[in-house]
Design a protein around this ligand. Structure first.
Ligand code: HEC
Length: 426
């Protein structure tokens, strides 16, 4: 069947106004935009001009499916040493503090690609996978000791799966810690026993020597972290990401740093025990167990702490140790690790995928108070790799969707969304 070249009204206007400097569509008198309707089947509308940004006009007018998320995998825990990484442990009850009810999904296609936009609420942004913490928080779900090194905090994730023959699924997995910096999704296959195989290269390498007792191998070198991917250059927040090109060996003795912080230098006086924000003295220095501390380089931290900008005469306390370089490095190492050091290293050279996934998250500086995620998947209709799904726009497909909040092994979702292609719509 020949494809109908139907130009929807708003795209026609887009063509006319393409020459304008602003990308705004000025509706002609009498133009009635489509008001998005909830549908039961996910209908991918056809367009001539790629709608490849989250704020491309098509997405404001496209009909949508409201997915009712139900518990898919719950009650799973990580092995010893990994703490507080199961934010969706009780499924819906836990996800987004139990407040999340639904997820919105929209689809479209052009001659080359399929586009799927997914939106859901999540009041916290978790962007780190296996973050190293020194004497970090205990896990209420586990009896493990939280003394010394633990790998903590996980990332938010979303996957879409397409049913393939032989009970397999082609999975596109978006992960704030691992794939979002590349504006991409991981390409995976799920077998019928539920286990995953990553078809294409995984971009993350653990930042440890194979043991969870020895702490991190590397830290950030203090230089701008930039990743160049198929969609351009992205700046990375050093509080959450460590890029292979910007790594330097982690130095210093954190345990000694801890005793200097609480003892000799008495930073505790204003910042509380281990920087917990509950001061011993009269001056409140605030919590130091927070991401912003790791947005300083080592030199930046030293400069700030010893400067007059360090309010409340904090610099005088630093003065007690500042002439001893070893003590200074140990103290800085301690500050790094109460805030969390990335537990994984991103290797951009390792990254090959055919799935673009753009998100509304600002990777350059992770906003921990993000309220709503938007992720736009873009992939060729035709599979680039053997075993992946090829879309025939005359057919219907069954999609499953799942998401997790600070988790990788527990998730909520829906297994039964029907995708169709509609050549004459919008
Ligand atoms: C007399 C009180 C006081 C003492 C002692 C003190 N500080 Fe501070 N410190 C402050 C105040 C006040 C701030 C500013 C807090 C703010 O702006 O949120 C601050 C800020 C900081 C920051 C920046 C936090 C950020 O997120 O930007 C760091 C790091 C820091 N202090 C480290 C130290 C260290 C290490 C010591 C011990 C050598 C120390 N401070 C001792 C009062 C103190």
């Amino acid at each position: 069947m020949a494809k109908q070249m139907y130009i929807p009204a708003f795209l026609f206007l887009l063509l006319i106004f393409q020459g304008c400097e602003e990308e705004k569509i000025i509706p002609k008198k009498g133009y009635i935009p489509n008001s998005p309707k909830e549908t039961t089947t996910l209908n991918a509308g056809y367009f001539w001009i790629a709608q490849n940004e989250i704020n491309s006009p098509y997405w404001k007018e496209a009909d949508y499916v409201k997915v009712n998320l139900t518990n898919q995998s719950t009650g799973k825990l990580y092995k010893e040493g990994y703490l507080n990484m199961t934010g969706t442990f009780n499924g819906k009850m836990d996800f987004n503090n139990g407040k999340n009810d639904s997820l919105i999904i929209k689809a479209g296609y052009d001659d080359e690609n399929i586009y799927i936009l997914v939106e859901w609420n999540d009041e916290s942004t978790n962007a780190s996978f296996m973050t190293w913490l020194w004497n970090g928080p205990a896990d209420p779900l586990k009896p493990d000791s939280n003394e010394g090194w633990t790998a903590q905090k996980n990332s938010d994730k979303l996957f879409i799966g397409f049913q393939l023959p032989n009970d397999k699924k082609d999975i596109w997995k978006w992960d704030l810690a691992a794939t979002a910096p590349f504006s991409a999704a991981e390409n995976m296959t799920m077998k019928n026993d539920g286990s995953f195989i990553t078809d294409r290269i995984s971009p993350i390498i653990p930042n440890n020597d194979g043991s969870l007792n020895n702490g991190p191998l590397y830290e950030w070198n203090g230089e701008r972290q930039e990743i160049t991917s198929q969609t351009g250059t992205t700046l990375l927040d050093p509080a959450h990401y460590l890029l292979d090109l910007n790594k330097t060996p982690f130095i210093g003795d954190v345990e000694v740093g801890e005793s200097i912080f609480n003892g000799k230098a008495d930073c505790r006086f204003c910042h509380g025990l281990n920087g917990n924000g509950i001061p011993d003295g009269y001056t409140e220095g605030g919590k130091l167990q927070k991401a912003s501390v790791n947005r300083y380089s080592r030199t930046g931290l030293k400069n700030y702490i010893s400067s007059s900008r360090h309010e409340g005469s904090g610099s005088q306390y630093f003065g007690k140790i500042k002439n001893n370089p070893t003590e200074v490095e140990n103290l800085i190492s301690f500050l790094r690790c109460i805030s969390g050091l990335p537990g994984t290293i991103l290797n951009s050279e390792n990254y090959i995928t055919d799935i673009t996934a753009k998100s509304n998250t600002t990777i350059g500086r992770i906003d921990e108070e993000n309220k709503r995620y938007q992720v736009l998947f873009i992939r060729k209709l035709k599979a680039s790799y053997e075993g992946d799904i090829t879309f025939d726009t005359n057919n219907a497909y069954t999609i499953s969707i799942g998401c997790s909040d600070n988790d990788d092994i527990n998730y909520i979702g829906d297994n039964n969304i029907t995708l169709t292609f509609n050549s004459s719509k919008l």
